[in-house]
Design a protein around this ligand. Structure first.
Ligand SMILES: Nc1ncnc2c1ncn2[C@@H]1O[C@H](COP(=O)(O)OP(=O)(O)O)[C@@H](O)[C@H]1O
Ligand SMILES: [Mg+2]
Length: 449
């Protein structure tokens, strides 16, 4: 096997990961703990050890593979002048010294992962991928010439999921092992890296993402950070900020919230490029058996008194699926909103509706972090007249299957619940979502779920 020296000084947990002797091995750690770095190093090591056979480097989505994992791997080859040829059309690479071939694949389409025999594979952010993808790759690890057939992966904890069950939990699979990075271990991060996360993450999410803990973040009460004694108070309209209207296109009830996103950044914050925002939910519309036209008509009526209070602009947010054309002869919900506001609103109206809805987990984590972040700051206030929104924030829960496992969706068994808080979530996601690392930031977390 050709030897190759590289410039790399592993952190203690990275070293443990490299020397772990199980056939399937993992590295679990918080954001920024050096997981992708360790994965690329391990992939290179496996390529050299195994020689002229095929290995696979994977990530949950194509974007993440191209922007993070593959980029880091290629940068490392360049920096260490490791001779290689990248074959763009095949998204593959040959290492000239050892003859290894490495294919780069995203794991979001498990059916594409059948086929060629692999000697090894290395996967980034495994908790964002489906177990099915893992199973398919596991079945491909059967290259008879492989000297060290290893399937390895790194991840940020996501509660008690399939990755936990396979690698860590009480019923861990034989031949599996994992090591844990300690929070704060990576001394190569910029100063204040974790402090900035503390500001934009809620408590539980911070423990998971920045401290690498396994928690039931997405179980039980969805808006667990909410406490009506802390977050509900009478709010007035602030003429300095536009009025935001965010809609959920449910029919019974049709729901929306009227809110303002108020900039509270100090002069120092602005100089330092920091933006502080608070969300004031002033009012809600919850209208039984109501179509979009009546919903907008009610909104127009409701904002009438605000013109004399200095209303200067309206910003519209909401459910992206309102663009789905229910029948080709009908106008979409958003077309109806636009037409009605064009002829009835007396101030400029701007639309901030994304092409696709954010993932549910990311949206709810963003609302929780505004309700109360890991530093204890509350940046979301609700006026007491928003009865249904307050009920949602207290009662909306994650869905469970018959065995009691939390599913990746909200419990919709009560038809009154979730719509008003969904509407609020679209607004918060569009205006105040934290810059979350991981696949979620390439449009979160759209990212994953
Ligand atoms: N052993 C190391 N030596 C030097 N820099 C490192 C090392 N491990 C990680 N880093 C650097 O720390 C930062 C975070 O590492 P990364 O692997 O991206 O973390 P994660 O994937 O866990 O979020 C990156 O800039 C990376 O280059
Ligand atoms: Mg990473």
């Amino acid at each position: 096997m050709p030897r190759r020296e590289v410039v790399y000084e592993p952190l203690p947990s990275q070293l443990q990961f490299h020397v772990l002797g199980t056939r399937f091995k993992g590295f679990s750690g918080p954001v920024g703990s050096g997981k992708t770095e360790a994965l690329c190093q391990e992939a290179l090591r496996l390529a050299y050890v195994n020689g002229p056979v095929m290995g696979l480097v994977g990530a949950p989505t194509y974007r993440m593979l191209a922007d993070v994992t593959r980029m880091k791997f290629l940068e490392f080859l360049e920096r260490n002048s490791i001779p290689h040829r990248f074959h763009k059309s095949e998204n593959a690479l040959t290492l000239d010294e050892c003859g290894a071939r490495i294919i780069f694949r995203s794991l979001d389409q498990p059916t594409r992962l059948v086929g060629t025999t692999l000697a090894w594979f290395a996967l980034d952010e495994l908790t964002y991928s489906k177990e099915d993808s893992w199973r398919r790759l596991e079945a491909r690890l059967r290259e008879p010439r492989a000297k060290e057939p290893v399937g390895c992966a790194v991840w940020t904890p996501k509660g008690f999921d399939w990755v936990y069950n396979r690698f860590i939990g009480p019923k861990k699979v034989r031949g599996y092992g994992a090591i844990f990075a300690r929070p704060g271990e990576n001394r190569h991060l910029p100063d204040g890296f974790y402090d900035s996360l503390k500001e934009s993450y809620d408590d539980r999410f911070y423990k998971q993402e920045a401290e690498g803990e396994y928690l039931s973040v997405f179980a039980g009460q969805a808006y667990y950070a909410f406490d009506r004694n802390q977050s509900v108070r009478p709010l007035g309209f602030d003429p300095a900020a536009p009025l935001c209207w965010s809609l959920d296109f449910n029919v019974d009830p049709a729901c929306s919230v009227l809110a303002q996103v108020v900039d509270t950044s100090s002069r120092d914050d602005r100089i330092n490029g920091i933006r502080r925002q608070v969300v004031h939910v002033l009012d809600e519309l919850v209208l039984p058996d109501t179509r979009t036209v009546e919903h907008v008509t009610e909104f127009i009526k409701r904002i009438e008194p605000l013109y004399s209070q200095g209303l200067g602009a309206i910003r519209i947010f909401g459910d992206a699926s309102g663009d789905a054309n229910k029948s080709s002869s009908l106008k979409t919900d958003w077309q109806q909103v636009k037409e009605l506001l064009r002829s009835n609103a007396r101030v400029p109206v701007a639309y901030h509706v994304p092409a696709a809805n954010p993932p549910v987990r990311g949206r709810i984590a963003a609302v929780n972090s505004m309700i109360r972040n890991a530093q204890g700051e509350r940046r979301l206030c609700v006026d007491p007249k928003c009865f249904e929104l307050i009920a949602d924030l207290e009662q909306v829960a994650w869905k469970r299957d018959s065995a009691g496992n939390t599913l990746d969706a909200l419990d919709k068994s009560n038809p009154k619940r979730t719509h008003t808080s969904d509407a609020l979530g679209y607004l918060v996601w569009a205006t105040c979502r934290p810059n979350q690392p991981g696949p979620q930031s390439t449009p979160l977390l759209g990212g994953v779920r």
